[in-house]
Design a protein around this ligand. Structure first.
Ligand code: CTP
Length: 383
């Protein structure tokens, strides 16, 4: 069902109002924060409601959910919880302080105040909060002038060690830059360049790098982000590959990964297979161009995943007919199966597979038109 904008808005408002009602009538000191404040200021409909609690956010979430009756997810060790009500999501986090043990390592966190929580953040536009507590309801906390940066369209870090502490912020900066069509503030850009020169991204775990890459490809502006990264010397792409990237539809992230050749990413077996196949395209496409027999076409394409095969015409439009032919051939049933070989008293063993493959290829190339003809041929082989 397609929801009208106004219905989405009014639903969001009611979950937001219920969140506010809960905190206004509680003794918790709580704030709308981060992405929520940023998006609302930009006039965008925030995706999630981010709430920061000075105190125990998990306890607050449990009490709140008893009233709102959504689905509660608790991440006790992080001091965070989420409540999902239909398709609305409220993220609650305990206000915290962060200390980075060494560059690119995850921080040590401890519960703290709103001021520390805003200080630990990545960019000024994400470091704003609005109180939803009774005593100072509506008070805006904007210690780094995030509102001003939103007006100016700037992505600005809070301090000079931000990218050293957490190099994933380099990816985040470029995501926000392109999502909102903002600019990198001058010093922030210099700090990114310095972090790149120091090769800090290499210190991140494969899991964190992969998370960032996945987030980039969830953005409609993924292409501009990847180009920015490449221009800044991060995961460089050749011009030709950059131009090809949009062709790869839902597989574009795999095309990107196939080009980057990064080691140590926690990919699933299926993902690794897709990437391997994408890399093999360089060798496969010339072979496919040369293939004149249907059996050769089938032999070349059948080991590949269907999704990868379907991408071939966008890379080489001239191969469109061959790909269509392949999918047509895939629907054909072989005249001769293992059962037939047994019935015709062929001895089971390794030879079975060779024989079946051979019969199948001959059938594809039109050597026989009926099962009867195929069996007749088989009998000649037995002699
Ligand atoms: N944050 C940070 N450094 C990171 C990740 C997150 O400082 N490496 C902070 C930011 O202040 C951010 C908040 O944690 O606002 C929540 O992070 P996240 O959920 O990733 O971002 P959102 O602000 O919700 O923005 P979006 O998901 O729309 O990108």
């Amino acid at each position: 069902m397609v929801k009208s904008k106004s219905s989405v808005k009014s639903k969001k408002k009611s979950v937001l109002n219920r969140t506010i009602d809960f905190f206004v009538n509680s003794s918790y000191r709580a704030y709308l924060v981060g992405g929520y404040v940023r998006d609302a200021t930009l006039g965008l409909s925030p995706v999630d409601i981010d709430v920061m609690v000075e105190g125990d956010a998990v306890k607050a979430a449990k009490e709140m959910n008893a009233k709102l009756k959504g689905k509660l997810y608790v991440y006790k060790s992080f001091g965070t919880a989420s409540i999902i009500i239909k398709d609305e999501r409220i993220d609650l986090a305990t206000a915290r302080k962060e200390k980075y043990p060494s560059p690119a390592k995850l921080p040590r966190v401890s519960p703290s105040t709103i001021s520390d929580d805003l200080n630990r953040r990545d960019f000024t536009i994400n470091a704003m909060a609005i109180s939803i507590s009774k005593e100072n309801f509506g008070e805006i906390f904007d210690p780094f002038n995030g509102l001003e940066d939103i007006k100016k369209g700037l992505i600005r870090v809070l301090h000079k060690n931000s990218f050293i502490d957490d190099p994933t912020r380099i990816f985040r900066a470029l995501r926000y830059k392109n999502r909102f069509n903002f600019k990198l503030e001058k010093r922030t850009k210099t700090l990114i360049n310095e972090a790149v020169e120091k090769r800090l991204i290499k210190h991140l775990t494969g899991q964190r790098i992969l998370n960032e890459i996945k987030l980039i490809f969830e953005e409609p502006q993924y292409h501009a982000i990847v180009k920015d990264l490449s221009d800044m010397g991060i995961f460089r792409m050749r011009k030709k590959e950059l131009e090809q990237l949009p062709l790869f539809g839902s597989y574009r992230m795999y095309f990107y990964l196939a080009n980057l050749n990064l080691q140590g990413l926690p990919l699933t077996a299926e993902e690794s297979k897709i990437i391997k196949e994408m890399k093999s395209m360089k060798n496969i496409l010339p072979k496919l161009e040369k293939a004149s027999r249907k059996s050769s076409l089938y032999r070349i394409l059948s080991p590949l995943s269907e999704g990868v095969i379907r991408l071939i015409p966008s890379i080489r439009p001239g191969l469109k007919n061959k790909v269509s032919t392949f999918f047509r051939l895939k629907r054909i049933k072989p005249f001769i199966t293992g059962k037939d070989l047994k019935r015709l008293k062929f001895k089971p063993g390794k030879r079975f597979k060779t024989l079946l493959d051979k019969m199948w290829e001959l059938q594809l190339d039109g050597r026989f038109r009926t099962k009867k003809e195929a069996e007749k041929y088989l009998k000649t082989l037995k002699k």
